[in-house]
Design a protein around this ligand. Structure first.
Ligand code: GLN
Length: 547
């Protein structure tokens, strides 16, 4: 049975709980343990699938098709353990399960209450897969004291109480603000935050204190005394230049030692940190630099494309270069020629997206990349835009477009080269969706297999002919246009095993122009960069040598 580490936050939000959890997971792995990481989110949305990426950041899709919080992306990037649907839950999902059971009569007419019905539902969730790993790390979103979070805190209190002693610990992250005027780090907010935990029956075993300034020993002593935590278990967390420093930095601060100590594991197995030393070496000692333009719509908020930014960094690490990215608003190209805006970049990436706004500009960016022979990676919508560009400007289908935009506008304007997918094959069965299904869950989601054409660029990039990648989309390139497009030079180099769904397109006479219907960025890791991002950055490096 797994040991449980609950991770909570206090004082302010955005302290980096997700990163601390992910780094701790990586450190436990480095000591030979198996881990699984989970996120419990207090918000009432049933899943993050329909939440605005402006507000909530990217939706991270798992192999088994769940739309989850971007923190699961961090977990995967740091531990390499593929996240699953059962690694993420929200209050909304918990309540929805409880209400469903109530409607079904499962509770036999009992009065339904937060304690025990909601807390039992949370505890059932916590127990899933407990047999499979040595450590289960469960991060509670939000901050202690948030009204929505209370059932989660109560559930972990009960859970820890019910398990044998020493099998669950609580790690709490706080902030030590620095007052420049008095030149002091203040510990009072941390004390209050721990009091808040204590008032609901929880006591931290390990305190992680974020601070911009070095934490003097006497302050650690004070925190230990007032918060009833051992001094060695007060772990400092300083600002980092890169998130990938976190495992080594937390190791230096003694986090993994404190955690194993709190469990009474002694002597602790020695860690092997060579993977992270190599990651950091590649990151800190680049031998060159390339510039990549990301042409998209949600350019205001980088979190909306978190995994793409990370995957590009990994691609840079694989090639020992620094990748500088600029986020370029595609709407600009609807008014202006893209050339002066894109000329200085070594490669262009058009990411996924929804809705018509900004798409004409993305099509222009794809055209620019094709004509100027600049490396192009089109992801999901970015692939669809490349296909529309090919149809319009190379295959003579001048009115080519996507049904998505006609649906949105309520008028028929385009020849639907990209059309709404209503049924498809998953494994051995057919999945069917109606246009007017609920907004959540109408997409082709999760891992699907694709067959790559022998001798194609992608087959070379992947080094194999069969791949599995994660999807999140409603629309598909229509194979009825395949012949026309292939005659124009756009090769359909990756297809679903039944040959019905185009997964990858590439221009045969271009140094590196690839569009993929899936999201490769979700599977890239710093210690195992995704082949497409490795190849894309390599193509950018080669292009940079030409200019
Ligand atoms: N909007 C497009 C679709 O649903 C693309 C989705 C995406 O880029 N993730 O097919």
């Amino acid at each position: 049975m797994a040991r449980y580490i609950f991770i909570t936050g206090g004082v302010v939000s955005s302290l980096g709980k997700g990163l601390a959890s992910a780094a701790l997971g990586a450190l436990l792995q480095a000591r030979g343990y198996t881990v699984r990481l989970r996120k419990l989110d207090p918000y009432l949305n049933v899943d993050p699938g329909t939440m605005s990426p402006f507000e909530h950041g990217e939706v991270f899709v798992t192999d088994d098709g769940a739309e989850t919080d971007l923190d699961l992306g961090h977990y995967e990037r740091f531990t390499g353990v593929a996240a699953r649907a059962t690694d993420s839950v929200s209050s909304g999902r918990i309540y929805s399960n409880v209400l469903e059971k109530e409607r079904r009569g499962d509770y036999l007419g009992k009065t339904i209450q937060v304690i025990p019905h909601v807390t039992n539902e949370i505890k059932d969730f916590l127990r899933i897969g407990a047999e499979e790993v040595d450590f289960m790390l469960c991060e509670i979103g939000g901050t202690v004291g948030d009204i929505e979070g209370l059932p989660f805190f109560e559930a972990i209190r009960q859970f820890s109480h019910e398990r044998p002693k020493g099998e669950c610990i609580l790690m709490h992250l706080t902030l030590l603000p620095y007052l420049a005027a008095s030149g002091e780090l203040k510990t009072k907010p941390t004390q209050h935050s721990v009091k808040e935990l204590q008032s609901i029956g929880l006591a931290p075993d390990v305190l992680v204190c974020r601070s911009e300034q070095p934490i003097p020993d006497r302050e650690r002593e004070k925190i230990a005394l007032f918060c009833n935590v051992r001094q060695e278990h007060v772990v400092p967390a300083y600002d980092l230049k890169s998130i990938y420093e976190a495992p080594l930095a937390y190791h230096r601060s003694g986090l993994d030692q404190a955690v194993l100590d709190a469990f009474g594991i002694s002597p602790a197995p020695k860690p092997n940190l060579s993977v992270w030393e190599d990651v950091l070496d590649r990151l800190e000692n680049p031998e060159g630099e390339v510039r990549v333009a990301i042409v998209g719509k949600y350019t205001q908020l980088e979190d909306a494309y978190k995994s793409i930014a990370e995957a590009l960094t990994h691609g840079g690490m694989a090639n020992r270069v620094r990748v500088r990215t600029d986020w370029v608003d595609s709407e600009l190209f609807e008014r202006e020629d893209p050339a002066p805006h894109l000329e200085s970049y070594h490669a262009i990436l058009v990411p996924g997206g929804f809705g018509e706004r900004g798409t004409e500009g993305k099509i222009k960016a794809a055209q620019f990349a094709r004509e100027r022979k600049i490396p192009y990676l089109g992801i999901c919508l970015g692939m669809q835009m490349a296909v529309i560009e090919a149809a319009r400007n190379a295959a003579g289908l001048e009115t080519a477009g996507s049904e998505e935009f006609d649906h949105e506008a309520g008028v028929r304007r385009f020849e639907p080269v990209v059309y709404h997918l209503k049924e498809w094959i998953q494994g051995n069965h057919v999945v069917a969706r109606k246009v007017d299904d609920d907004k959540g869950g109408t997409m082709r989601l999760g891992a699907y297999t694709a067959d790559l054409r022998e001798g194609s660029k992608v087959a070379e990039v992947y080094g194999t002919n069969v791949i599995e990648e994660r999807h999140r989309h409603r629309y598909e390139v229509d194979t009825r246009y395949r012949e026309k497009l292939e005659n124009a030079g756009l090769c359909f180099s990756g297809m679903s095993p039944d040959g019905r769904l185009p997964e990858i397109v590439e221009w045969a006479d271009h140094p590196w122009f690839i569009g993929v219907q899936f999201h490769p960025e979700l599977k890239s890791k710093p210690f195992a960069p995704h082949p497409l991002f490795d190849g894309f950055v390599r193509a950018a490096v080669e292009n940079s040598r030409l200019v």
